[in-house]
Design a protein around this ligand. Sequence first.
Ligand SMILES: NC(=O)c1ccc[n+]([C@@H]2O[C@H](COP(=O)([O-])OP(=O)(O)OC[C@H]3O[C@@H](n4cnc5c(N)ncnc54)[C@H](OP(=O)(O)O)[C@@H]3O)[C@@H](O)[C@H]2O)c1
Length: 229
Amino acid sequence: MMRSAIVVGASKGIGAELVTLLAQNPSIQVLALARNIQSENKWEAHKNVQVHNFDLQSENAKVELQNILSTVSSIDYVINNAGYLVNKPFLELSQEEIVDSYTVNVLGVMSALQVIIPKMLPNGGHIVNISSMGAFQGTVKFAGLSTYSSSKAALTNLTEMLAEEFKDTKLKFNCLCLGAVQTEMLAKAFPGYLAPVTASEMAEYIVDFTLNQSKWMNGKIIPVSLSTP
Ligand SMILES: NC(=O)c1ccc[n+]([C@@H]2O[C@H](COP(=O)([O-])OP(=O)(O)OC[C@H]3O[C@@H](n4cnc5c(N)ncnc54)[C@H](OP(=O)(O)O)[C@@H]3O)[C@@H](O)[C@H]2O)c1
């Protein structure tokens, strides 16, 4: 049976690798969303991939997403992978940087899920939120990431809240708190640092988790990291 998956934040980094892996499964219809994705469609050869420009920061994000999903009858998997990272001392953060962090990392996800969840309720499905180790309680914290990590922590908590609210449905919500992955986002925030994991390696884990683990967990916050402790 054909299933469908939405990847939000799909144009580069981990998100692009998620789409590439999901596209290899012809029984999955993939909707790949990001602000700049249509101009450079990497998956033109894959009939099961649709790309749509979509901005979580748009004032009309909900209407725009409704339009994108108007022809989609059901959704089985959602990976909320978009992220905004600013590495700056707390006292130097502009209001815009704080608002943008919260909009991309949590408020936009809430708006998107208000559109997506009603379509998933009849058949159920798995919603996976991509957060960060910095948002996981008790981990080593990095100065400069106050607005990034605190907004990701809100996403982490949102996962638990939605799992609770929808526990009597067939929906499952889980959150993966990623450690460092070698992407454009990381290179920009921490120039010179080399992560132990590539975007395609991390995508392999996330796709497997999304497709196979909702049977075993709901409302869980899972650290996915090689760092110790
Ligand atoms: N890399 C790491 O070390 C690391 C560690 C922990 C957690 N994470 C998390 O993993 C996820 C992927 O990170 P990455 O390193 O692959 O980042 P990336 O290379 O910067 O990719 C981020 C993706 O999000 C999309 N995006 C950004 N703003 C958006 C918006 N307003 N609306 C829609 N899409 C938007 C970007 O596409 P457009 O620019 O085309 O919109 C891009 O496809 C993020 O949530 C990040 O916080 C990463």
